[in-house]
Design a protein around this ligand. Sequence first.
Ligand code: SAM
Length: 440
Amino acid sequence: MKMGRGRTSRIRRRKLFRSSVSRGVNESHKPEFIELKKWLKDRKFEDTNLIPACFPGTGRGLMSKTSLQEGQVIISLPESCLLTTDTVIRSYLGAYIAKWRPPPSPLLALCTFLVSEKHAGDQSVWKPYLEILPKAYTCPVCLEPEVVKLFPQPLRAKAEEQRARVREFFSSSRGFFSSLQPLFSEAVGSIFSYRALLWAWCTVNTRAVYVKQRQRRDFSAEPDTCALAPYLDLLNHSPRVQVEAAFNEETRCYEIRTASSCRKHEEVFICYGPHDNQRLLLEYGFVSIHNPHACVYVSEDILVKYLPSTDKQMNKKISILKDHDFIENLTFGWDGPSWRLLTALKLLCLEAEEFTCWKKVLLGEIISDTNEKTSLDIAQKICHYFIEETNAVLQKVSHMKDEEVASTNQLTLVETLWTEELKILQASALILNSLQTPFR
Ligand SMILES: C[S@@+](CC[C@H](N)C(=O)[O-])C[C@H]1O[C@@H](n2cnc3c(N)ncnc32)[C@H](O)[C@@H]1O
């Protein structure tokens, strides 16, 4: 097909591009959404702005029915639709929670309620909501160990910590689950299994909104701030939108006001926070393409690996960086090496006779051309090392996909993370090249 060059064809092409990027397939006719809408209507919520839809790239989400203006409240969900610890305390679980010592955490109360209501099936008044919840999650704690081993180092450590935390959450909750036996005809061990608790934990962690509850004696001292918000929790994340979201004490509704406009039939996004991709994967189980907050982390070992091993002041320099909180969060981003990374490198590259100037380096002063050049050269070497490492991992992932060593979806997730990191490193290498030019 021949592409036109005129204004009309440009507009047509732009429209086509827009529709292929963001157009979703309406899912409001699906039985689970019809049931959910009825359930919400009984609780005095009717949506005029949004409809459930499936989108290329982001999956299931909400689509605008009409165009949405900046500053408009896009959704206002009444308190009666929210699932909070208050819901749990008012339920058949309330008396058991009040009796249990030490008091269970608010998170355990929510997870127990979810597992118990899921088990109740048709008998649960929450069934229409439970039916639309994902059956499985992609947070690191749910991924196969072969896939977690492919993560970049800082994320791998956090993923292992997450797995240990959820295991501990399960083992420390078993006594409480046993105390619930009078409520069930089946053995509680089979209802409150590790799998069931993991599902509930991921549901709360990936979907809950912040609603501060009053402190209750029935619960441990952990903050009680999570609420599940049916339907509203179908909104996907975009790092490029701004929203105001909070529980409105006057209207007694959880409200989201958008600061970005949205065209009719486009996906409506909220922002979960200015998170980089490693954090999005850790907490929500996905990676955002072209995420402006995405970055590649440089650890202390990598810094040291590229510095001269003959430097007698190296240990002192490293401890200065640690004392001044300059050893963590050293990154490459879309704009090149971060200011923190370059500053740390400048300090580490100080010549013996410049060492007394270390405070000036931390304040952002230029010490010498040699110091500027050496630190940029090392940043470039680290960047190239990361590019090679990233390419090697991407090749390994591709082989694993061919050989079906692990789930393809999980391998694609980790592949997307590394592909985004590669793009950042390539952009950084170019920027570093231009920064090095004056010193050549
Ligand atoms: C609050 S839910 C949003 C609705 C969810 N997509 C659903 O179908 O139920 C959060 C989850 O949605 C997915 N998600 C959110 N934003 C996304 C995005 N930009 N791209 C891909 N997945 C996204 C992730 O799985 C995340 O854990």
